[in-house]
Design a protein around this ligand. Structure first.
Ligand code: SAM
Length: 217
């Protein structure tokens, strides 16, 4: 797999677009400038890889729009060594960004084909993520507690498992919607008494979070 001057130039243009849309965190922008997004999308879309768009990947899923990846990552305010749980590994692109920011990452995907492909790509980039195959609405209590949890599929509500598996003061970034058609991004912080306080951010459109504490179909 190649990463040419042309790709690097396209990433620089993408960074300008993300800045113009309000992304300010230079660590996040540097990570996006480093990771070859064109490796994570099907070959037929390679020439579009640095447009600010979501694209279909295998198994009827999507790789999130770069703006969405940047927005969720900026909200998480990743510090090196943060223990992060990601739900929805998908292509592995968001996972690559989190690892390159120094996170200790646990990422769950329910579709085996995507779980395997993402692992291969992250290995090629020498990024060390702990990938888990299964229903991410259950979280992964064997590796808890987490500093932060990021959900990259649209949920009907915040699964209680995530709140239980989060450290006090920790954050969950999750798109939540009353229907599968659209979501509001929620930033939820766990309080000392175990409850959460949340802020409602912008509007987004994700594929559904399916599972025991997600959508049923
Ligand atoms: N983060 C991904 C990336 O960088 O490409 C984008 C993820 S895509 C928008 C959402 C992913 O969530 C899909 O791959 C889907 O299979 C996965 N998903 C949906 N419900 C899930 C669940 N209960 N557990 C784990 N993964 C789930």
């Amino acid at each position: 797999m190649k990463d040419t001057y042309r790709h690097q130039g396209q990433r620089k243009s993408l960074i300008k677009i993300l800045r113009s849309k309000g992304i300010q965190d230079t660590k996040v922008l540097n990570a996006i400038n480093t990771i070859p997004r064109h490796w994570f999308i099907p070959a037929e879309f390679e020439s579009y890889a640095y447009q600010d768009n979501a694209f279909p990947i295998d198994s009827g899923q999507t790789i999130s729009q770069p703006y969405t990846v940047a927005y969720q990552t900026e909200l998480l305010d990743i510090k090196p060594g943060d223990r992060i749980l990601e739900i929805g590994t998908g292509s592995g692109y968001q996972a690559a960004i989190l690892c390159s920011l120094g996170a200790t990452l646990y990422s769950i995907e329910r579709i085996k084909e995507l779980h395997i492909q993402a692992g291969e790509l992250l290995n090629k980039l020498n990024l060390n993520a702990n990938l888990i195959l299964g229903d991410g609405t259950k979280g992964a209590k064997e590796f808890a507690p987490y500093d932060k949890i990021i959900v990259t599929a649209g949920a009907p509500h915040i699964p209680t498992n995530y709140v239980k598996q989060l450290k006090t003061g920790g954050a969950i970034v999750i798109p939540v919607g009353k229907t599968q058609a659209s979501q509001k991004m929620i930033l939820a912080i766990k309080q000392a008494d175990g409850s959460i306080k949340h802020e409602v951010k912008g509007d987004f459109k994700f594929v559904p979070l399916l599972g025991e504490q997600g959508w049923k179909t």
